[in-house]
Design a protein around this ligand. Sequence first.
Ligand SMILES: Cc1cc2nc3c(=O)[nH]c(=O)nc-3n(C[C@H](O)[C@H](O)[C@H](O)COP(=O)(O)OP(=O)(O)OC[C@H]3O[C@@H](n4cnc5c(N)ncnc54)[C@H](O)[C@@H]3O)c2cc1C
Length: 287
Amino acid sequence: MRDFSFHAPTSLNDVYGLLNEHGEEARLISGGTGLVNMMKQDLIAVDHLVSLARLPNLNYIRWTGEGLQVGGLTTQQEMATSDVVHQNIPLLAETYSEVATVRVRNTATVGGGVAHGDPAQDPPSSLLVLDASITIASAGGERSVRLRDGWFEDYYTTAIEPGEVVVGLSVPPAPANAKTSYTKFLPRTKDDYPTVAISALGVVEGGVITDIRIGLGALNTTAVYSEAVPSVLLGKAPTMDLLREAAQGVVDEVSPTPDFRGSAEYKTDMAVVFTRRALQEVLGVEG
Ligand SMILES: Cc1cc2nc3c(=O)[nH]c(=O)nc-3n(C[C@H](O)[C@H](O)[C@H](O)COP(=O)(O)OP(=O)(O)OC[C@H]3O[C@@H](n4cnc5c(N)ncnc54)[C@H](O)[C@@H]3O)c2cc1C
């Protein structure tokens, strides 16, 4: 790994100053679990590492009238274990608890995870299903970005602009009576990234599906929010045949990369299988 200067500012204004001063030679670091690996492999060249770890007031989890508010420096283990998250958005606690190992989760942060943009991460598919937004701060002020509106652009690429810092995550309350599930299919070891990840939320009212959401992880160059599944299911009574038809629809929405976890065909088949099972779970249909 090449030499670099390490900066540990204690205010966001100092972060903006360092990013402005060093431009493309600077890089933010939060937990470092993603970035340091890339630096060690010389995939990223960094001359100035700007650590966010000493910034105050960016580690919190709160439930408000608008939903869950989380600071960018909150660790992924805190998301997995927080009573506030468990009680109000259990899908989020379940998903973060599936990230790697407790050692990784104790270090990796919510903001660093959202900025990392690795398509195989666990949280993105659930964050899309839950319609989460992030708050991004820069010297010019703050902006809010709904993750579904193109935040995850491509492999390790998000819509973040130079000089910006992810400072918060907001998750609106889930609809009343919603059932949710997160399936991390990993046929190798428990601490691996998913081969296929399916996040689901469903609501059945008066015998009819009134809300159904599916997030597809590790199946494209970014996590994807399914349009095909709701187009088949919304407004209909949930039956096994209908769920099979809806799950088959994800075939046209995934484009998996073949790797040591499986071929593209295998991952596509597993996407259909685990989407169907997730639909059964959240819509209460027995096979
Ligand atoms: C062995 C191992 C196994 C793992 N397995 C999994 C897994 O199974 N599932 C999973 O979901 N994750 C897994 N992870 C973690 C995941 O891949 C990322 O490393 C993690 O989410 C990044 O969080 P971080 O805080 O460490 O970010 P960092 O590594 O500090 O940063 C990641 C990227 O985001 C940028 N960045 C950091 N913070 C901010 C910010 N606040 N604003 C803007 N940009 C920022 C950095 O410049 C860098 O480009 C694993 C990690 C390791 C090391």
